[in-house]
Design a protein around this ligand. Structure first.
Ligand code: FAD
Length: 387
C-alpha cells in the first residue's frame, strides 16, 4: 500500500510522456534506441521517449542519482517496470553499456570511473561495444593476446579483436587485454575501457551473407588508453569479465526467445499450416510450455538477485542455453506454419513484410553469441552437476 502513490505517479507520468508509437511491440526495423554520440532514431517518438526517460533517470532506475539513475528502491523499480509492461512500452534504450558494463562498473569501478562513464550511459549519450573475442580466442577466451603495456599514465594496446557487435557505431569499448605475459593465463588479463576514436584504432565491418554488417574487426596499433580506465586491479580482468558475461547471458536468455507461437498474433493470420496439422500443433504446445517455463525461471532469477541473493553462475548459462534453443525452435515452428510463404526474402520492403526466413537464419547466432551452446553445457556440467 505504501507504494500506491508512487504507482499512480508513474502511471500519470507515462500517460503523458510515453508516446503512443512507443507502446507497440518492437520489430527488426522499428526497435529501440541504441543511443551514442551520433544516435540514430527510427522516428521522433523514439528520440522523445529516450529523452523523457533519461530526464527522469528511469533508464537505469536503480542506479544512484549521482550516476544518472533515479535511485529507486527495488520495490519502486518493480512498480515502474510493471507500469511500463502494462502499456506495452518499449525499452527507451538498449545496449551493452546499460545491461552489462553499467552493473559491472557499479561493483568494480572507482568513484571517478563511475562518475565519468555511468551518467552518459544512463542518458544514452555514449554507446559501448564489447571487445572480448579475438581470431584465436573465442570459446577459449583466456588465450587472448591483445597486449596492453603500461607506459607512463597510459596503457599502450597492440593486437586485434573480432566479432565486436556494432563497434563501427559505438563510441567506447570495454575490452580484455593481456597486461602480464608471464602470469598464469587467467591472471594476466585486465579489463580496460577504450575510446574508439583514439588514434591507432581501425574498425573494419564484416559483411554478412544478408548484406548487413553487424560485426567488426577492430585493430589496435599503439593505441593509448588512460591508465585510469583500467577497471579493478591489473590482472583482475578475468573475474570481472566472467561477472559481465553472467549479465550478458541473463540478458540474452531473457530476450532471445520469441513469444510462444501459440500466442495470439505471434504466427500471424496467414499461417496456413496449423489447423490441419496435429503434429505441428503438438510441437507448438510443447514450445509454449518450455517458453513459459523459461520465462518463469528468468523471473525467479531476477527476484533472487533483487532480493540480494548471489547469482549462481551456472544459472546464467542455463537460461542463456535455453533461450538460444527456444529461439531457434520458435523460428523453425514459424517457418513450418507458414509453409512456402516463408520462403519470400523481402529486400527493401516495408517493415510489415516479415522476413521469416531471415529471422530463422538470424536466430542461429544466439547459439554462438555470448558463448556457444556447447560452452554453456560445459559450464553447467562443471558448476551445476559437479562433473
Ligand atoms: C551475434 C553475435 C554477436 C557477437 N558479439 C560479440 C561482441 O560484441 N564482442 C565479442 O567479443 N564477441 C562477440 N561475438 C563472438 C562470440 O563470443 C564467439 O563467436 C563465441 O564465443 C565462439 O567463439 P568462436 O567464434 O571463436 O568459435 P570457436 O571457439 O572456435 O568454436 C567453434 C566450435 O567449437 C565448439 N567448441 C569450442 N570449444 C569447445 C569446448 N571446450 N567444448 C565443446 N565445444 C567446443 C564451439 O561450441 C563451436 O561450435 C559474437 C558472436 C555472435 C554470433
Amino acid at each position: 500500500m505504501s507504494h500506491d502513490p508512487f504507482r499512480l505517479q508513474v502511471r500519470a507520468w507515462l500517460e503523458t510522456y510515453c508516446p503512443q508509437p512507443m507502446r507497440q511491440p518492437m520489430t527488426e526495423e522499428f526497435g529501440a534506441a541504441w543511443g551514442g554520440r551520433n544516435p540514430e532514431f527510427s522516428c521522433d517518438s523514439e528520440r522523445g521517449w529516450l529523452l523523457n526517460m533519461a530526464q527522469k533517470g528511469w533508464i537505469a532506475p536503480q542506479w544512484p542519482v549521482a550516476f544518472g539513475g533515479a535511485g529507486l528502491s527495488r520495490e519502486e523499480a518493480d512498480i515502474l517496470q510493471q507500469e511500463l509492461d502494462a502499456i506495452g512500452a518499449r525499452p527507451p534504450l538498449i545496449g551493452s553499456g546499460l545491461w552489462m558494463l553499467g552493473p559491472v562498473l557499479l561493483e568494480y569501478g572507482t568513484e571517478d570511473q563511475k562518475r565519468r562513464h555511468l551518467p552518459p550511459i544512463a542518458r544514452g549519450e555514449v554507446r559501448w561495444a564489447q571487445g572480448y573475442s579475438e581470431p584465436n580466442a573465442g570459446s577459449d577466451l583466456a588465450s587472448l593476446k591483445l597486449r596492453a603495456d603500461l607506459v607512463g599514465d597510459a596503457y599502450v594496446l597492440n593486437g586485434s579483436k573480432i566479432w565486436s557487435s556494432y563497434a563501427d557505431k559505438s563510441d567506447w569499448m570495454f575490452l580484455l587485454a593481456r597486461t602480464d605475459f608471464n602470469a598464469p593465463q587467467h591472471q594476466g588479463i585486465s579489463f580496460l575501457l577504450v575510446d574508439l576514436t583514439a588514434p591507432g584504432i581501425t574498425r573494419r565491418p564484416i559483411k554478412l551473407i544478408d548484406g548487413t554488417h553487424d560485426f567488426c574487426e577492430v585493430f589496435f596499433d599503439n593505441v593509448r588508453a588512460q591508465a585510469d580506465d583500467l577497471v579493478g586491479l591489473p590482472g583482475q580482468g578475468w573475474t570481472i569479465a566472467k561477472k559481465l558475461m553472467d549479465y550478458e547471458r541473463l540478458m540474452i536468455g531473457a530476450a532471445s526467445f520469441a513469444p510462444p507461437p501459440a500466442q495470439p498474433g505471434a504466427l500471424g493470420r496467414s499461417a496456413k499450416g496449423i489447423d490441419d496439422n496435429a503434429m505441428l500443433r503438438a510441437q507448438i504446445a510443447q514450445y509454449d510450455i518450455d517458453a513459459f517455463t523459461l520465462d518463469w525461471t528468468n523471473q525467479r532469477i531476477r527476484a533472487e538477485m533483487e532480493a540480494g541473493l548471489p547469482l549462481v553462475p551456472a544459472m546464467a548459462s542455463v537460461t542463456k542455453l535455453m533461450g538460444a534453443v527456444l529461439e531457434i525452435e520458435g523460428k523453425e515452428l514459424v517457418l513450418k506454419a507458414h509453409g512456402s510463404d516463408a520462403l519470400s526474402w523481402p529486400v527493401g520492403s516495408p517493415a510489415s513484410d516479415r522476413a521469416l526466413a531471415k529471422d530463422f537464419l538470424r536466430a542461429r547466432s544466439s547459439a554462438i553469441a555470448g558463448g556457444t551452446n556447447e560452452i554453456q553445457l560445459n559450464i553447467i556440467a562443471k558448476h551445476a552437476l559437479g562433473m
